[in-house]
Design a protein around this ligand. Structure first.
Ligand code: DGL
Length: 277
């Protein structure tokens, strides 16, 4: 086995802390693997950045994680999945190493909603970048041509979470405003996708303002189930992922700041290290 074939950790990438909501569920479902979480906190949020920039930042992170020995990287970020995943898969991976894999969060989420909705009216709450990319609308149209999609960008929600305002009364104003805008487009939406990995942190507020008749979909468990299924279908990738049960945390921000916030997201203390991309 050459150095490049040596089993390595699974990389989990997000612009900031939101991907921790995905990592948490993945580790719960698949505790045996080794993981590296990388948050590009110094350059977050990505949600209001252009395609070119999100693509460049995401590719830098993917290359870094490959350099750490990861054969498989999960983009636990809807904005990066919407704006960078396809280009990385189609253009960059064949050049970097065709045997490595980068997976996103949009497709598995869309596959799941077919089992959940009753009337096919799907609401999507995401960052302005994810909403403008229309990635969810296109993916839903491919799989379920009869469904109708309604999207609402929520520019203030990630900053609320990143600035620890998610549980404060001020958050109600912004959550009421955006959920109101979404249901103003169609009051019969029965399934709302939280299409941003930060939004589970606002779940309590979102539930308060979304009509009871609508289900709210968090992505963590869906992505964990999908990864578990992927590993069963791809024993060759399973063999390339090391099984030590560890998790390392890396951030492009100050490590102390990361540790404090990440511990809130995960309900447990973590020790991260600073890296430069
Ligand atoms: N957590 C990321 C997502 O799922 C976005 C956060 C950001 O704007 O950086 O879209």
């Amino acid at each position: 086995m050459t150095g490049a074939d040596k089993p390595g950790p699974i990389g989990v990438f997000d612009s900031g802390y939101g991907g921790l909501t995905i990592l948490r569920e993945i580790r719960h479902a698949l505790p045996g693997y080794d993981y590296i979480y990388l948050g590009d906190n110094a350059r977050a949020p990505y949600g209001t950045r252009s395609f070119d920039i999100v693509y460049r930042f995401t590719l830098e992170a993917v290359r870094y994680l490959f350099g750490q020995g990861c054969h498989l990287v999960i983009l636990a970020c809807n904005t990066a999945s919407a704006k960078a995943l396809r280009t990385i898969q189609q253009r960059d991976l064949p050049l970097i190493d065709p045997a490595r894999r980068v997976l996103g969060v949009i497709r598995p989420t869309v596959e799941k909603i077919g089992e959940i909705t009753r009337n096919g009216n799907i609401g999507i709450l995401g960052t302005p970048g994810t909403v403008q990319s229309k990635s969810y609308d296109m993916e839903i149209a491919k799989l379920y041509p009869d469904f109708h999609t309604y999207s609402q960008g929520c520019p203030m929600w990630v900053p609320l979470v990143e600035n620890r305002e998610a549980d404060k009364p001020g958050a109600d104003y912004f959550v009421r405003q955006e959920t109101g805008n979404l249901f103003g487009k169609n009051p019969d939406i029965d399934t709302v996708i939280l299409a941003c990995t930060h939004y589970p942190l606002l779940y309590g507020k979102i539930r308060k303002f979304v009509p009871e008749t609508a289900q709210i979909i968090k992505q963590g468990e869906i992505i964990a189930d999908s990864l578990s299924d992927y590993m069963k279908r791809h024993p060759e990738m399973d063999a390339k992922c090391s099984h030590g049960g560890t998790c390392r945390y890396l951030t492009t921000e100050n490590a102390g700041k990361f540790n404090e916030m990440a511990s809130l997201f995960l309900d447990t203390h973590v020790t991260g290290n600073h890296i430069d991309l």
